[in-house]
Write a protein that binds this ligand. Structure first.
Ligand code: HEM
Length: 533
């Protein structure tokens, strides 16, 4: 009978029946021989795998720019763990289409404006790609993972939450938050180092989270819960690394991220229940949840009348008919708004305060415009008319978003072979990443692209270059919150200019960009806030 061979791979020469040098009971020579042959099999196997990995990479790479070979298996994994802005810029400069391969993932970077637009606008071939852990945090049933018609239909039901009328209803809640947080900024500076300033980036993250929570769920959430979400949200961002261990292990970043996400989902569910109760008795709209619940109530009433054969005037028909959503479904969807906005708006807010402090003549113009629009009374509250009639402040915000776009690229996944050019087809399963930065820094479209110049939106022709304006993406997944996001930044900086003074305490890292999901100044923006006389 053949002796038992250890391991799952049973090489014929590792079988003890074959005993050229030793006795059948397995002498020393036989053991050495067996281990050598085991080793050579392992090495051979490894070499085959390395060769396959390289061959597959070269095959996928085809005619586009990229390293001619990859570091076996891992590729530039270490670079991707700690991404550097300069490395991204070098990659974008290397070609309209370029590639890398990290582990088994083949990644195509679409850098030029036209290549990026082509990806954004090709839903037949691509869909947004989120890191695996995002599915665990947002839950697989979340609407953001829908594709094609199902996505378009779901999104239609959300459009009503971002109309002009709806956005107007959220303004009082937002302004309340700014009142409180500007007062806190003064306290922080009062207690902090006045020479070096206090790095305000974490504060701005909390501020943006608080504004979002008020906008999304109004007063259904306590201030303490808002604070807890703001405090814990960075754990969600930290969990969203490109490559994560497939299982969530206790006390790892993904574990803390999941705990924070579960807490947010639970809080939002409670808010949905409260909103339903209040709106059922005719409450007015104060936040996004109210607006959504109201559209459910209106749709249900309309459907009921139709079912009963009651005549309904055409103007009574809701703009979009939506079904009823459970508290948890509402919570999941509203969580995607927080998820999509938190890092991007925190980045924009941080740079905006830094850039205004460094350019006092621009800030003075913002202040003058805001005071004039309020007829000289700085305490006039937000309204859509007010926010829409601040052309210079708007230019300041648009230029900020061009100069330091919070989202520099958006990962998509290729659903079926994607012939992106005549000579290159991105393979199915690869990741394809349209980049927003290069289009927004194209010197032919935005002269002196690395200088911050709001004037290009006033007397220049930047406004007409809409093809390059990729700050909010384009195509079927373009940012749902783009109008809200811009108005919010306009309102925030205009109000800040009237309520407080602030100065920047620059360091040698102030202009260096840190990439943490979005972009931040590497020194986290040391500022000192003071009362306005
Ligand atoms: C300055 C702030 C913001 C920036 C720069 C930004 C940018 C983006 C970008 C680049 C995309 C991907 C678009 C695409 O794939 O074509 C996106 C998607 C999205 N954004 Fe924003 N965003 C911001 C704020 C917000 C806010 C405040 C909200 C919600 C209130 C929001 C909600 C969304 C949603 C829901 C999506 C996914 C849409 C879909 O898949 O259909 N964003 N955003």
């Amino acid at each position: 009978m053949a002796a038992v061979v250890n391991g799952s791979f049973a090489s014929p020469i590792a079988n003890a029946d074959y005993t050229p040098f030793g006795s059948a009971d397995g002498g020393l020579l036989s053991k050495v021989y067996n281990s050598i042959s085991g080793l050579s099999v392992t090495i051979t196997l490894l070499l085959i795998l390395v060769a396959y990995d390289q061959f597959k990479y070269v095959w996928n790479k085809g005619s586009i720019v990229g390293p001619s070979w990859k570091i076996p298996f891992i590729g530039p994994f270490l670079q991707s763990v700690n991404p550097k802005m300069d490395e991204y810029k070098a990659k974008w400069a290397s070609g309209d289409l370029s590639c890398v391969s990290v582990f088994h993932k083949f990644v195509v970077m679409a850098s030029s404006r036209d290549m990026a637009r082509k990806v954004f606008n090709s839903p037949t071939f691509v869909k947004p790609c989120v890191v695996d852990v995002a599915v665990k945090l947002l839950r697989p049933t979340n609407w953001v993972f829908l594709d094609g018609k199902a996505h378009v239909d779901y999104r239609k039901g959300l459009n009503g939450l971002f109309t002009r009328q709806a956005l107007e209803a959220y303004l009082p809640g937002q302004e309340e938050v700014y009142d409180r947080y500007f007062a806190r900024a003064l306290e922080i500076s009062e207690q902090g180092d006045k020479e070096k300033g206090v790095p305000f980036m974490p504060f701005f993250r909390e501020l943006m989270c608080a504004v979002s929570c008020r906008t999304f769920v109004g007063h259904y959430m306590s201030d303490n819960a808002v604070k807890k979400i703001a405090d814990d949200y960075w754990m969600i961002t930290a969990a969203l690394e490109l490559v994560n261990f497939p299982i969530i292990l206790p006390f790892t970043k993904t574990w803390y991220g999941k705990k924070a996400a579960d807490m947010v989902l639970e809080e939002f569910s409670k808010c949905a229940a409260k909103s339903k109760a209040r709106m059922a008795v005719g409450g007015d709209i104060t936040c996004i949840m109210d607006a959504w619940v109201k559209s459910m109530i209106d749709s249900a009433k309309y459907n009921e009348k139709i079912a009963k054969g009651i005549a309904v005037e055409p103007e009574e028909k809701p703009a979009t008919l939506v079904r009823d959503f459970s508290d948890f479904e509402i919570s999941q969807t509203v969580f995607t708004f927080l998820f999509a906005s938190q890092d991007a708006t925190s980045s924009a807010c941080t740079w905006l305060f830094q850039i205004m402090a460094d350019r006092s003549e621009i800030l003075d113009r913002v202040r003058a415009e805001n005071l004039a629009a309020r007829n000289g009374d700085k305490d006039v509250r937000f309204s859509m008319d007010l926010l829409e009639n601040l052309p210079y402040t708007r230019a300041v915000v648009k230029e900020l978003l061009r100069y330091r776009p919070p989202v520099i690229m958006v990962p998509y996944v290729v659903k079926k072979p994607f012939p992106i050019t005549d000579s290159y087809t991105a393979p199915k399963g690869s990741m394809i990443i349209p980049s927003c930065w290069p289009a927004l820094h194209d010197p032919e479209v935005y002269p002196n692209p690395d200088s911050y110049d709001p004037e290009r939106w006033i007397s220049g022709d930047a406004e007409s270059k809409s093809k390059n304006w990729l700050v909010f993406g384009t195509g079927p997944h373009y940012c749902l919150g783009q109008t809200y996001a811009q108005l919010n930044l306009i309102g925030m900086i205009g109000k800040a200019s009237l309520c407080v003074d602030w100065s920047h305490k620059p360091t040698e890292k102030s202009e260096d960009i840190e990439v943490f999901a979005t972009l931040f100044p590497q020194d986290h923006c040391p500022l000192v806030f003071t009362e306005r006389p």
